[in-house]
Design a protein around this ligand. Structure first.
Ligand code: ADP
Ligand code: MG
Length: 240
């Protein structure tokens, strides 16, 4: 579903990604971890064309992201992305947040968009908050709305960039529970996170990055029992 092949990227003279290659098969969950500044956000954003790159290729469902002929807005509409800071529209109600892109980008009728939006809002347990504004919700609730909003677009894959790292500790699990449910239903997911409990539960593979390189790309069991690199061993020792 997601194929990243030899991707390199520079910010001026600084190389932020060095020949990164990995694959996410349909229905798989790949967790990306590694020290701060190692290039995780930059890598995940290449998948939906938010970060252009100078070398290599990225394909999603066979479509080349970097190809100038690719209809990037159309491709982006098929890939859900959830960020650290929720990014809901503050001036729109929850229901309006859920329907806006469905109507504007997918051309759905308001009725259709509302039905889809509320279905997913119910799924994340927030149906009764549909008329509230983001500022009236807790961080965990806002993030669950952001996930529902992405799901309402019927994405073929979901990208998450540290979705729980801005949350108070008591709200982390309500968001992770939604993500575990999605994983168990077979959603294709690429997740930047340091929540190793989540990784142990649902990841198929772990990608470990350091200094812009993918240092390990291994099945979960192997990563936790016998990480190959010194850097990954250090990293695990510090966060577990
Ligand atoms: P991570 O998500 O693993 O913390 P990032 O992908 O955000 O890492 O960043 C990787 C490196 O690239 C960092 O050293 C960061 O400072 C640098 N970087 C990120 N965005 C930019 C930018 N727009 N211009 C220059 N350097 C950047
Ligand atoms: Mg990051």
């Amino acid at each position: 579903m997601i194929e990243i092949d030899g991707v390199s990227k520079w910010f001026g003279a600084f190389q932020v990604l060095s020949e990164c290659s990995t694959r996410v098969e349909r229905g798989d969950v790949v967790v990306v971890c590694g020290p701060s500044g190692s290039g995780k956000s930059t890598l995940i954003k290449t998948v939906n064309g938010l970060e252009p790159f100078q070398q290599g290729s990225v394909r999603v469902d066979g479509i080349a992201v970097g190809d100038p002929k690719t209809d990037l807005p159309r491709l982006r509409a098929k890939i859900g992305m959830v960020f650290q800071n929720f990014e809901l529209f503050p001036h729109l109600s929850v229901r309006e947040n859920l329907t806006l892109a469905q109507v504007k980008v997918l051309g759905r009728s308001m009725d259709e968009a509302t039905a889809s939006g509320l279905k997913y809002l119910d799924r994340v347990g927030l149906l009764k908050h549909q008329d509230k504004y983001p500022s009236q919700l807790s961080g965990g609730q806002q993030q669950r709305v952001a996930i529902a909003r992405a799901l309402a677009m019927d994405p073929i894959a979901m990208l998450f960039d540290e979705p729980t790292s801005a949350l108070d500790p008591e709200m982390i699990n309500e968001v992770l529970d939604v993500m575990v449910g999605l994983a168990q239903e077979g959603m294709t997911m690429m997740v930047v996170t340091h929540e190793m409990g989540f990784a142990r539960k649902v990841a198929d593979r772990i990608v470990f990055m350091d200094h812009g390189r993918i240092v390990e790309d291994t099945p979960k069991e192997e990563f936790f029992s016998a990480p190959r690199s010194e850097r990954a061993r250090d990293f695990l020792a510090r966060i577990i």
